[in-house]
Design a binder for this molecule. Structure first.
Ligand code: ABN
Length: 183
């Protein structure tokens, strides 16, 4: 014990001789803050990995999925169906809202139909509201904020979720005013 006491005492004397009180406190503070942040580092890195590596544009159950560019509704893939089929117990509305979305995977534009699934209470999962090309409600044929289930005509008017069907490639068209993008 005596040896340990002497060792600590001489260490403290050397420290006192070579350092001012202010610089000692500042170094001590840095050491404490540095040590406290060590356990956080792997967590922060893990978060970055998740955010950076995920490509939501190719995941049908994410709002950022490329086909969802003009959607206003709940994704059927989160409601017991998938992005192209209605969940069991619902039926697809015959009328639909159409959008043109860009697929970054092949750098092309596609025409997408947003067919609502009807006949069960609103799903309320994976609600997405992206609205590219959407128009106000007073232009109902150009607005995605419409319950297309009202057109089912068999009493299944309740909206449940929305599918995203790929109708085809969007190609540029000739117009009297020259070339125009299909959007
Ligand atoms: N087309 C989806 C939807 C349904 C009900 C109300 C608004 C939007």
């Amino acid at each position: 014990m005596k040896t340990l006491d002497k060792w600590v005492e001489s260490g403290a004397r050397i420290l006192a001789r070579t350092t001012s009180r202010r610089s000692f406190l500042s170094r001590l503070g840095s050491a404490i803050v540095g040590a406290a942040s060590i356990p956080l580092l792997p967590v922060a890195r893990a978060d970055e990995t998740t955010a950076g590596d995920e490509d939501d544009t190719q995941d049908p159950n994410k709002c950022n999925y490329w086909r969802n560019c003009a959607i206003d509704g709940f994704l059927c893939g989160c409601c017991g169906g998938c992005h192209t089929t209605c969940p069991h117990g619902t039926e697809m509305a015959p009328m639909t809202w159409i959008g043109t979305c860009h697929n970054p995977a092949d750098n092309r534009d596609y025409i997408i139909a947003y067919n609502d699934c009807c006949g069960k209470s609103t799903c309320n999962r994976c609600g997405c509201n992206r609205n590219e090309g959407d128009m106000p409600n007073y232009l109902p044929h150009k607005s995605n904020d419409t319950n297309w289930c009202l057109g089912t005509g068999n009493g299944h008017n309740v909206y449940h979720c929305t599918t995203t069907l790929l109708l085809g490639l969007a190609i540029q068209q000739d117009t009297p005013h020259g070339l125009a993008a299909p959007k």
